[in-house]
Each structure stands twice: as C-alpha cells, then as structure tokens.
Design a protein around this ligand. Structure first.
Ligand code: URA
Length: 232
C-alpha cells in the first residue's frame, strides 16, 4: 500500500505538488472512481489508477541509459555539475550505477534499483566494462601482455584486463572491476598516458550510438532482463 500522490509522483505523473493539483482538478481515478484525496492509500500492485484517462502501470524501478559528457561528476549532489543535472525524469531516488571520472564520457546506467546496482558493482560479480581508450605513446606487445596478466602499481593490484581493437594509439579495454582511476593508472604504470576515455558497455548493455553526450533514454525490457541475468 502507498499514498496516491506518492504513487503518481514516482510513476512519472509530475512532482508531488503537481499531482496534488491534478487530484484537486479531478484528473485521477482509482478503480474507476474519481480520487478525492492525495493521501488516500492505494494498492499499487492491484488497483487501477488512471491519470488524465490513462492507466498508470506501477513501475517499481526505473532504468535510464545516459551518455555522460565530459565535465560532470558521477554523483547525485555537489557543488560541481552532476550527471543528475541532465536527468529531467520526476522519479525519486535515482542515482548513477557506478562512477566515471569527470573527464570520462560514455555509458552510465541511472536507476533507482539499489539491489541490481549493488550486484552489478560487486567485485565478486566481475561485471565486464568496456572502454575506448586514446593514449599518448605506442602500446607494445609487452605492454598488452602486462595489462592482460594484471598489473600492480602503487601497491594496488589490478585484475587482468582484456585489450582488443588496437589501432594506432587507440584500443578497447575490458575491465572486470572498477578501481579508482583504474585505466589511467594502468596506462601510467606502463609509462603511457590516457588522453581520452569513453565507456562503451557494461555487462551486455551497450551505449546507444543515437544518444549524443548529455542525452538519455529508457532501457528496453530486453536490456533490463539481460542486465538482471545472473543477478538478484
Ligand atoms: N578508469 C579510469 O581511469 N577512469 C574512469 O572513468 C573509468 C575507468
């Protein structure tokens, strides 16, 4: 059971004060009857709630694919611009699943599904994360071997990572953990330098090329079930 105004606000019908106004304007029905009170309790799983004549299907969780631009931080609040400043959805409790550095671009899942995020980020799950890297110096076979065997640098042990798609001074790198500045420090350990970094994939969720930096879209049902596979 939950309050009607909370149900409406959490399911994309507006802010809490906007949905209260909608209820006063008699725009909401519960099981066919006009709802008169914002604080009435409804059964979110079984009652039929309509807003402006359209049924609102209860969504416990929301999943957004965000193309993070450089320049914003992966946090929910702070003095600097955050990824959440780009998200106009009215849902409560959204947060970025994982962190990208301020200057890193690319795929970031924004959700309010705490249990799934926890599993995807758990080092035990070894969730793959694939990045495009541009670097300053040529990458030798020996460098690739070191990355693929696992590097220890500044007393931190980095798990073996996979290098693919090497072309000039760019490559893809696939990590199974998410240590602080991991890719930059792996390249620094080799005497190299990361010039540009973009996340392309997390598990089987690939960044949609139609999303420009700063844009987002809802995940499809298939993307959600693929992400959930083996989790929760
Ligand atoms: N590794 C980094 O160094 N930075 C990121 O943002 C992600 C992985």
């Amino acid at each position: 059971m939950m309050r009607l105004d909370r149900f409406l606000a959490e399911n994309g019908c507006g802010t809490r004060s906007e949905v209260k106004k909608s209820i006063r304007r008699r725009e909401v029905t519960v099981n066919g009857e006009t709802a008169l009170k914002a604080d009435m309790h409804i059964d979110e799983e079984n009652d039929v709630i309509c807003f402006l004549g359209e049924e609102i299907i209860y969504q416990k969780y929301v999943y957004l694919m965000f193309h993070k631009p450089a320049g914003c931080i992966s946090a929910t609040s702070g003095s600097a611009e955050t990824v959440m400043d780009y998200i106009a959805e009215p849902y409560k409790d959204l947060f970025p699943c994982g962190r990208l550095d301020k200057d890193t671009e690319g795929l970031l899942l924004i959700t309010n599904d705490g249990p799934l995020a926890h599993e995807l980020l758990s080092p035990k799950k070894k969730t793959e994360k694939e990045y495009l890297v541009h670097f300053a110096e040529d990458l030798s076979e020996a460098d690739i071997g070191r990355i693929e065997n696992g590097i220890t640098y500044q007393k931190t042990v980095y798990r073996p990572a996979r290098i693919t798609e090497v072309s000039g001074r760019t490559c893809h790198i696939i990590l199974t953990e998410g240590k602080f500045h991991e890719i930059k420090l792996i390249f620094e350990a080799l005497g190299n330098e990361v010039l540009y970094l973009k996340r392309l994939r997390m598990k089987n969720l690939e960044l949609d090329e139609n999303l420009a930096p700063g844009e987002y879209r809802y995940l499809t049902e298939k993307e959600i079930s693929d992400l959930r596979e083996g989790c929760c």
